[in-house]
Design a protein around this ligand. Structure first.
Ligand code: G6P
Length: 489
């Protein structure tokens, strides 16, 4: 059976019925900002919100998130609620306000200077400060209060997102043990050796065991989590059932590989607007008559952007016949820019590009084009369709939805995906050309192999990958989680 929006809607209606459905995340799905014509609503660059929005549209519940847009306060009602999506309201967004100091300590520092590098093992040392931990705890408490207010006296399912809320489920359960709480951790979980450097390791694990269900992308992360629990807490673990028992509560730890809205991307890919854009991209003097490879990522050190530039450099060195004939286009928005390591990384990307272009460029041609921009889905899909190759070279990534979006966009059964073996997606997309992003030489060979692949082979690989993503789409991901929650009623 292929899951779609309608199917998910009916499962949610039938299974969740009269219970409230509340989703919690730090990042909000819609951000209001001031623009020349008044207030404009934009969507953030986040795999997490991209995946959850269709789920919420299907469920029609309440999404609790931090209000971050400069005009966010202008559009909410007296209870800080606003109906979204703006053009076809389907669910409620409840905004929580954090002061600048809170956002700095909770979001930038503890979550993104601490937990993010802790969980992605990419040799960036995590930073933990006691004062940030205090604020992280207080912000989790604030969100717990808001969730409880939204639930009121009703019965409810609460579905928490990500590493910003490691303590939230236990705080909810403390007051309302009857609420069914699930959490999805959208990033990897490290092995206990790596995890043990966190000064709040035990509290974090304890907090996460407030969940009835705790989801990760892949089984590997589930096992790492249970090993960490085993190392730090005195609780019973059942490795057969993949669960941990704390007090009277069993937390089921399960893999749920997240995905994309395949049908929606496919429709956009087949639209006239996209064909028009593809023509414009292919006609651009920088790309015209050349092989085009693209990478689309937030500018984040986990994404391996510098490493992919190094592979392009090595590719031109090893295969000089491609000099002047190949362009790598890197697109994507700046991210978490107040953090020192991200500032540095942006400089590294820029300098790597300048050095490589300096080395190889000649009049009218540069091998790397870098545009730090945030693109809408239609633009992303257009670049995917215009490209011969898509490169995803994360050094570590929970899933990586760019790879799945690329596959969904290739309704022409063509195009080649070069994919890091360190992404969750590589477990499903076996027909991609899998690479270790740190092995520049082999990575360079994969670029060559991709460019020289016959149409027949491209078609065969792409058709298989498309079947996989079509079937394992985001509705299936959500449907499976909802089914698990329902079993606990
Ligand atoms: C990852 C995280 C999300 C986050 C996104 C963008 O996908 O799992 O929770 O929203 O990155 O990062 P940002 O810090 O901008 O929300």
């Amino acid at each position: 059976m292929i899951w779609d929006r309608q199917e998910l809607k009916s499962v949610i209606r039938e299974k969740i019925g009269e219970h409230k459905f509340v989703v919690v995340s730090n990042r909000e799905p819609y951000i209001h900002i001031y623009s020349a014509g008044g207030i404009k609503c934009i969507t953030p660059a986040s795999g997490m919100t991209t995946a959850l929005d269709p789920v919420m549209t299907a469920s029609g519940g309440t999404w609790v998130a931090a209000g971050m847009g400069e005009a966010d306060r202008e559009v909410v009602d007296a209870k800080d609620r606003v109906q979204v999506p703006p053009d076809a309201p389907a669910y409620t967004l409840r905004r929580v306000w954090l002061s600048r100091e809170e956002a700095n300590a909770f979001y930038y520092s503890y979550s993104n200077e601490g937990l993010w590098p802790l969980c992605h093992i990419v040799h960036v040392r995590p930073v933990f400060r006691e004062k940030d931990w205090q604020v992280y705890t207080a912000v989790n408490r604030r969100f717990a209060d808001v969730v409880l207010e939204e639930v009121g006296d009703d019965t409810a399912f609460v579905f928490i997102q990500d590493y910003h809320f490691a303590l939230l489920s236990a705080m909810i359960k403390e007051k309302r043990p009857d609420i069914i709480v699930a959490q999805f951790w959208h990033i990897p979980w490290p092995n206990p050796e790596a995890f043990r450097v966190c000064p709040n390791a035990a509290e974090i694990l304890d907090g996460l065991l407030g969940n009835d269900i705790l989801g990760f992308h892949i089984r590997y992360d589930c096992l790492n989590f249970l090993d960490s629990v085993d190392r730090f807490l005195e609780v019973r673990i059942d490795r057969e059932r993949l669960s941990a028992f704390k007090g009277g509560l069993e937390t089921l730890v399960r893999p749920f590989p997240i995905s994309v809205d395949f049908d929606r991307i496919e429709k956009i890919a087949d639209s006239a607007a996209v064909s028009e854009r593809v023509r414009a991209i292919r006609g651009d003097f920088r790309f015209k008559g050349r092989f085009l490879a693209v990478g689309i990522d937030r500018m984040d050190y986990t994404k391996g952007i510098v490493e992919r530039f190094a592979a392009v450099d090595r590719f031109l060195e090893k295969y000089p016949e491609y000099v002047g004939k190949f362009v790598f286009l890197q697109l994507g928005p700046l991210s978490r820019i107040h953090i020192q390591r991200y500032k540095q990384y942006n400089d590294e990307i820029y300098h790597a590009m300048v050095d490589i272009n300096e080395r190889w460029g000649r009049s009218g041609w540069e091998p790397i084009v870098l545009q730090k921009v945030q693109l809408g889905l239609e633009e992303v899909v257009s670049y995917f369709r215009a490209a011969d190759l898509c490169v995803v070279s994360s050094i570590h990534d929970g899933m990586n939805l760019v790879a799945k979006e690329f596959v969904a966009a290739r309704t022409d059964d063509s195009g080649v995906l070069i994919l890091s073996q360190f992404t969750g997606s590589s477990r499903e997309l076996e027909q991609a050309l899998l690479v270790n992003p740190l092995a520049a030489d082999r990575f360079a060979d994969a670029i060559k192999q991709g460019l020289e692949m016959t149409e027949a082979e491209k078609g065969e690989r792409m058709r298989k990958m498309r079947e996989t993503v079509r079937e394992n789409n985001v509705y299936r991901w959500a449907g499976k989680i909802v089914n698990e929650m329902k079993k606990l009623l």
